[in-house]
Design a protein around this ligand. Structure first.
Ligand code: GTP
Ligand code: MG
Length: 580
């Protein structure tokens, strides 16, 4: 198991090729935010590409350990993906980056009754995190805290007050990443719309320290704008003005309407282009077929399309490297030319605001003749990735027929080959601990010598993390809070069972009477080495051919139906009917 995890990390670190300088040397204050970046994308961070925001990652504990490992990996990659581009490229190489400081804490959702409405975590966990932040504060190393769960607006605001830092939950961070990575007009519009909708859902009013209604990160007293005042009438009718909350809502709605109208324009242009493509491109009057390549973020979609079409789409180990739909043409083995469409990757708990905002991009998926679902076979939780993608596809309205016809591709097979397939597929429940972080001194004092683990004010590089995985480590959670409850295991086992049940419906299963049903890909490929690509092209060819034949036969049936024209019953017919 240790080997599997270290391999998984290594695979990721290898895949992130390039160079990055970023050494967390210069650290910014979160209050660098300006009016400008607030109004353009709702970001609380500096947009300086050479100085990306530094996040402290809080990962609630999960079971089994492999699942925790996968979620923590993802959280760390998300935190390191928040980086502004310069001319469509990042200043730094992703895997040269240090791991963000992080801690694994007690997960109150394992016992739903323990989730606190005000702070999500219990007071001990909140204090533990604060102590880690204090330790980092002396080094001025943290711009914001990323909590890898979904928080309510009130929880977020309260945690911000206690920790004295901006807090991003999973949805907030993903939206920040989209805003940072968007560089085409369309992507920028969509990302800003998502950010606005998220911001609107976060507008909360809280009580200030003096007991008065307060608003804003620092809890400033509610402001009243002049709007609504003196708008006619007398007494009450004249209006008491607009509260800060109402003012913010109104501004958001105004901006939203403006963005929606611009997005609608882009959408119309896309529809016209699509229609023209369909008419023009194909042979035998068939029109040019489009094959949409979909999948979890970082699965290798862009790399695969580049390899198939001999082009050079931007690919990167940062999550959400691609935000716009791109089309590349490829000639299939039969000589037929088709378009491959690259699009935005999915992720579990994909913010609904994003799905809605990115509808015009996702329309390429809806309109495609065929879907190719790319799965990173090195991901320990690839089944979860798989079901997430299926869920999003259903959510955006892809037909059941299209889902059934979808080609499932396992990518990055070069890792699997390197390691040995059997070993790789092995997935047991053995506990695996990652960094044996040094105890937070402050916490140890506060908690009277009880051990505090999780990591750490240290920031090992990904390579170092891989080494530490291989070491024997102590408990990885903030164990003094963890009651070692078995229900946690049961909870996640049930979750896993549910996920399996959900996903097994749609997938191709191996009919092995003894073994559990397993997902079997249609084809295994390596976008990097080129293994399996020819087979994939043949499969696409074959599926499109079958579709064409189906369409043809449907047309024939349709034509027959139309040819059988209605005519008024003749007299002879009526007589025959009466005699019978
Ligand atoms: N070793 C190996 N690495 C791969 C393979 N395919 C992709 N990668 C790497 O995986 C990382 C992600 O690849 P992308 O093509 O950007 O993935 P994507 O699915 O387009 O990701 P998003 O656009 O972020 O959704 C990159 O660092 C690639 O070099 C593969 O077959 N083998
Ligand atoms: Mg991509």
């Amino acid at each position: 198991m240790l080997r599997i995890l270290s391999f998984s990390l290594r695979s990721r670190s290898q895949s992130l090729s390039h160079k990055l300088s970023s050494s967390y040397s210069t650290l910014k204050q979160h209050n660098k935010r300006t009016e400008e970046n607030q109004s353009t994308a709702g970001s609380v961070f500096s947009r300086d590409p050479s100085d990306p925001p530094h996040l402290f990652v809080v990962q609630p504990r999960l079971r089994p350990a492999t699942f925790l490992q996968a979620k923590l990996n993802e959280a760390l990659c998300l935190a390191n993906s928040l980086e502004e581009q310069r001319d469509g490229y990042f200043d730094s190489d992703f895997f040269d980056k240090d791991l963000p400081p992080h801690v694994v804490v007690q997960n109150p959702s394992l016992k739903s009754s323990k989730i606190r409405a005000d702070t999500y975590f219990g007071p001990g966990t909140v204090e533990n995190i604060k102590c880690h932040l204090n330790a980092l504060e002396s080094k001025d190393e943290v711009d914001a805290v990323f909590v890898n769960i979904i928080l309510s607006g009130v929880q977020q605001r309260n945690l911000e007050r206690i920790w004295g830092k901006p807090v991003l939950d999973r949805v907030g961070l993903i939206i920040e990443i989209f805003n940072a990575h968007a560089h085409t007009k369309e992507a920028k519009l969509q990302a800003e719309l998502a950010a606005l909708m998220y911001k609107k859902s976060r507008l909360v009013r809280a009580r200030g320290l003096d007991g008065r209604n307060a608003f804003g990160v620092s809890g400033e007293v509610e402001v009243v704008s002049a709007r609504g005042r003196g708008s006619g009438g007398r007494g009450f009718i004249s209006g008491a003005g607009e509260t800060e909350l109402q003012l913010q809502r109104r501004r958001i709605l105004e901006r939203r309407n403006h963005l929606l109208s611009q997005i609608e324009e882009v959408r119309r242009t896309r529809a016209v282009q699509r229609a023209a493509r369909k008419k023009r491109g194909g042979v035998d009057g068939r029109g040019l077929a489009t094959v949409a390549v979909v999948g979890y973020t970082n699965a290798g979609k862009s790399t695969l399309i580049s390899a198939l079409s001999d082009s050079d789409l931007y690919s990167d180990a940062r999550l959400f490297a691609t935000l716009d739909a791109r089309l590349k043409s490829v000639v299939l083995p039969s000589g037929r030319k088709v378009l491959l469409s690259d699009t935005v990757g999915f992720i579990s708990d994909l913010p609904v605001q994003l799905v809605e905002a990115f509808h015009s991009t996702l329309e390429e998926v809806l309109e495609a003749n065929l879907l190719v679902h790319v799965i990173d076979c090195t991901a320990p939780n690839r089944d979860e990735h798989r079901s997430t993608v299926l869920q999003v596809l259903q959510q955006i309205g892809v037909s059941e027929e299209k889902l059934q016809n979808m080609i499932e591709v396992w990518n990055k097979i070069d890792y699997e080959e390197e390691m040995g397939a059997d070993e790789y597929m092995d997935d047991d429940d053995e506990d695996v601990e990652i960094s044996g972080a040094e105890d937070c001194e402050v916490a140890s004092e506060l908690l009277d010598g009880k051990s505090v683990d999780g990591s750490d004010a240290l920031k090992p590089s990904l390579g170092e993390l891989q080494d530490t995985i291989n070491d024997e480590q102590g408990d990885y959670s903030d164990g003094w809070l963890l009651s070692g409850d078995d229900s946690a295991d049961d909870y996640w086992n049930t979750m896993n069972d549910q996920q399996q049940a959900e996903t097994s419906n749609d997938c191709k299963v191996e009919n092995n009477s003894e073994a559990q049903p397993q997902h079997v890909p249609h084809v295994k490929v390596s976008a990097v080495t080129g293994v399996g690509l020819q087979q994939l092209l043949e499969l696409i060819d074959e599926k499109l051919k079958v579709q064409d034949e189906q369409l043809k036969s449907e047309k024939v049936v349709g034509n027959n139906f139309i040819n059988r024209k209605w005519r008024p019953p003749r007299k002879e017919d009526e007589e025959v009917a009466v005699e019978q």
